[in-house]
Write a protein that binds this ligand. Sequence first.
Ligand SMILES: Cc1cc2nc3c(=O)[nH]c(=O)nc-3n(C[C@H](O)[C@H](O)[C@H](O)COP(=O)(O)OP(=O)(O)OC[C@H]3O[C@@H](n4cnc5c(N)ncnc54)[C@H](O)[C@@H]3O)c2cc1C
Length: 413
Amino acid sequence: MAGSKSVDLAIIGGGFTGCSAALHAAESGATVCLLEAERIGHGGSGRNVGLVNAGLWLPPDEIVSQMGEAAAHRLMGPLGEGPEKVFGLIKRHGIECESVQNGTLHCAHSPAGFREIETRFRQGNRMGAPLELLDAAEARSRVGSARIHGALLDRRAGTIQPLAYARGLARAAAAAGAEIHELSAVSNLFRQNNGWLLKSNGHPVRARTVLIATNAYHLGIKSPFRPRFVPVAFSQYATSPLDDVARADILPGGEGCWDTAQVMNSFRVDEAGRLIVGAIGSREALTGGFHNAHARRLLRRLFPALDGAEFEYAWHGTIAMTSDHVPKIVAFGPNALACFGYSGRGIGPGTVFGAAAAKALVGAGENVLPVEPVEHYSERFTGARAVFYELGAAFAHAFGLGLRGKADVPPKS
Ligand SMILES: Cc1cc2nc3c(=O)[nH]c(=O)nc-3n(C[C@H](O)[C@H](O)[C@H](O)COP(=O)(O)OP(=O)(O)OC[C@H]3O[C@@H](n4cnc5c(N)ncnc54)[C@H](O)[C@@H]3O)c2cc1C
């Protein structure tokens, strides 16, 4: 970013939310300037598992009981269509991101986990979500693991290479006319002359409207607002490409998976045939050794044939968790919105929230937003709660919780 600019919409942050907003605003004819402190996809968008899921992490009845019937439907409608929106954009803009829309499997890691997905299945179906409950035999043959006790299949969902998707959205936004600036951290944001003035690399951007889309990677900005959330780490580990025999056995249908363990695990196979496993916890924290050991144990346990396989890549990222696990939109000033707090499910939601925020800001008004914006949002004891999550995950990983005990008893299929 250099020189001075004057635009309809300034966007801070180049992840799914910011890039989706830039694309949709530019397509509607608005002038757009997106400022990213690092590179596109530097935050959660470039580090995630790649599961393009519908809805939220929370079971549907919990969303209704927390938000009320009307607000829950206002949110769950667009998020239910999230995967369609994501895969539609990928197709429309020819984004090369290893996209596979063959569904995702929420895998029961234990008999208790199976009861949990049965409940989700009933609640989801009642709300019109086309979920399928798979028994142990069916789930095991799809996953290629004897450790699965059943699964919930959502055929709307799928997998992507998330960094490639974020970059593809940014390219599509640029092609539609948006200015995209990397290495352009915003340091100041304030109200001036009925609009907003941002400073990036010492240069001014004047904007009629502004969107903060920095989520868990928010860097200090002198501004009237900063997102509040509990930062929770999630680490991932990728093997070298599997041989043909293993590939024929492990997830031959290409579904992406996560499980019902309290300290959740994820696994999927990418286009190159690497098995990528993930779990809550930071591999770079002092407790990282426990998470690294857990990843190896998880691999061995799910797929004994891969015992001894080395991980070629490992990385981690930070999730912005809110207390109720529902994403937030804060209207922190006139024509100014911030979207954050996807609580670990941000591919569909980030794309949907970014598109809706752009629409609202460039003229359609707040009714098009999937949640009612609030003027303030705050979370308490975020640092202490982050430590609690990290230590909890380390404890579970150190003692193999969620991988032992009753989970070992094979259920009747
Ligand atoms: C490890 C991990 C696994 C996950 N797995 C999944 C999954 O499988 N499926 C799913 O749906 N969701 C998943 N998520 C959640 C999802 O990745 C996030 O919710 C989503 O990426 C949030 O997108 P975003 O655009 O809002 O924020 P981000 O992608 O974090 O982007 C924010 C950007 O803002 C930039 N920024 C910050 N401050 C400034 C500043 N001052 N000036 C300019 N730029 C700034 C940052 O550099 C960053 O690039 C996962 C998250 C993590 C961390």
